[in-house]
Design a protein around this ligand. Sequence first.
Ligand SMILES: Cc1cc2nc3c(=O)[nH]c(=O)nc-3n(C[C@H](O)[C@H](O)[C@H](O)COP(=O)(O)OP(=O)(O)OC[C@H]3O[C@@H](n4cnc5c(N)ncnc54)[C@H](O)[C@@H]3O)c2cc1C
Ligand SMILES: NC(=O)c1ccc[n+]([C@@H]2O[C@H](COP(=O)([O-])OP(=O)(O)OC[C@H]3O[C@@H](n4cnc5c(N)ncnc54)[C@H](O)[C@@H]3O)[C@@H](O)[C@H]2O)c1
Length: 499
Amino acid sequence: MAEERAAETTGGGGAGPAGGAADPAADVYDVVVIGAGPVGEVLAGRVSEAGLSTVIVENELVGGECSYWACMPSKALLRPAAALADARAVAGARQAAAGELDAAAVLARRDDFTHDWDDSSQVEWLDSVGVPLVRGVGRLAGELRVAVETSDGSSRVLTARHAVAVCTGSRALVPDLPGVAEARPWTSRNATSASEVPARLAVVGGGVVGVEMATAWQALGSRVTLLARGEALLPRMEPFAGELVAESLREAGADVRTGASVTALRRPDPGGPLTVALADGGEVEVDEVLLATGRGPRTEDLGLVTVGLEPGDWLRVDDSCRVDEVPGGWLYAVGDVNGRALLTHQGKYQARVAGDAVVARFRGETAAGGRWGAHAATADDEAVSQVVFSHPEIASVGLTAAEAEARSVRTRVADADLGAVAGAALYADGYRGHARLVADADRGVLVGATFAGPAVAELLHAATVAVVAEVPVHRLAHAVPAYPTISEVWLGLLAQLRG
Ligand SMILES: Cc1cc2nc3c(=O)[nH]c(=O)nc-3n(C[C@H](O)[C@H](O)[C@H](O)COP(=O)(O)OP(=O)(O)OC[C@H]3O[C@@H](n4cnc5c(N)ncnc54)[C@H](O)[C@@H]3O)c2cc1C
Ligand SMILES: NC(=O)c1ccc[n+]([C@@H]2O[C@H](COP(=O)([O-])OP(=O)(O)OC[C@H]3O[C@@H](n4cnc5c(N)ncnc54)[C@H](O)[C@@H]3O)[C@@H](O)[C@H]2O)c1
């Protein structure tokens, strides 16, 4: 992890130290960062490496949601099931992989990835890049000031000479259902950190968290009921993605219901099971319920009124992640808290872009805005990449066909059966998967791609490069995928786009 963050900051910023010296006694720094999740860490490292004195405030664990209750533990829970499914999909290996997952071993491996919820190694990294950590709750206290209620109960005010970056992330939204408090529902935090496997688990929400956690806990031995109120799972992706995942979850034994709206929760005996009531009059009895019903910004208790903003709102930013409503140009909001793209890699991209914009403005230079400018997070709008680590994996970048049409793009869409590709057939017996490219017919470039199937995650970056670089479709014909890999699906897709 430390090496990864080191790589994030190497090469950023340009010239050597140019900022003002930190004045820890007066608590004055060039830049104050609130929130040491992945985004705050990258931003702090970036501006500090460029020579600006920087301090970071964190009230829970350095590393944030991603390291302890989101990306890392969820993927640690999912990976063993994917490895087992891969082995079982190949005759010869299947015979050697007849047993069940060892849930206790999976949970122990997950605990290794979260370092048992200890952030010492991440604090060491901050030390190594010379960014002091203040543990406590940070709140804006007017222009360029952050009041910190420190973990030891004292308070201090940090003053920024140049910029404050809010990187406070998001939290799970819990719908205000009757009985919700007594039911003690799981949020994503419980679903990623639980130390026991519930016999029966209801998952409410058919988005990414719902799908991934239903996949993980079904594989770990729970009987999962997935309740999605819409007509499909993964509704923001190409329709075939949710269809393949629903089919696979059902084959694994999960009860997947779409059009299922939850109206109440009841847990009459605190130690007993709970009932999930549905709008159609039906009920589901389970031992735990996970509410995977979306995220809200962590801005309720952030002192936003002191700078004229509304508590609880997403922080609206320009493409350099600067909060344009606040005069003076000193306030930035980066990562989940700005609502642009709730993904770690997109947030870290914003942190690189915003960090470099902070440095440029500090030096009196004009930030390079404009589409694909060095200080504009253009990819948030045009080329967000994402992998859903379900079975099968779903990997997507850019626009779906429906999104492109909604933006009045004249589209050309190519579809292919991944199972028909030699590399896929070798990868798994009876490989099931699908791929789609979406092209802008007028410009002759790709605007989106989606792959659904085992092991497609690593196919994604080629598509991301093609979308971001706006490589003409006719030139992509010269990018030859190796034989026999799953990437050969590009050949059939491109033939359709050129034909
Ligand atoms: C279950 C789950 C799985 C996910 N899996 C993936 C995945 O596989 N890949 C992916 O790209 N994304 C994934 N995400 C999304 C990813 O977790 C977020 O996009 C990412 O964590 C955002 O980073 P951040 O730094 O903006 O916020 P966070 O990680 O939320 O960090 C914010 C930090 O700020 C601190 N903080 C908040 N308020 C204050 C305050 N007032 N004072 C001091 N500190 C404060 C918090 O304690 C926290 O440490 C997942 C999300 C969930 C819920
Ligand atoms: N592998 C990954 O990249 C990964 C994994 C997990 C999360 N994430 C990120 O985290 C974000 C949050 O994920 P999420 O799944 O919590 O949110 P989401 O917005 O993707 O899905 C929430 C779902 O809950 C449904 N819902 C909302 N209120 C409801 C209610 N009262 N009753 C029933 N259903 C309700 C919505 O219709 C929606 O389909 C995602 O946008 C994603 O970017 C990424």
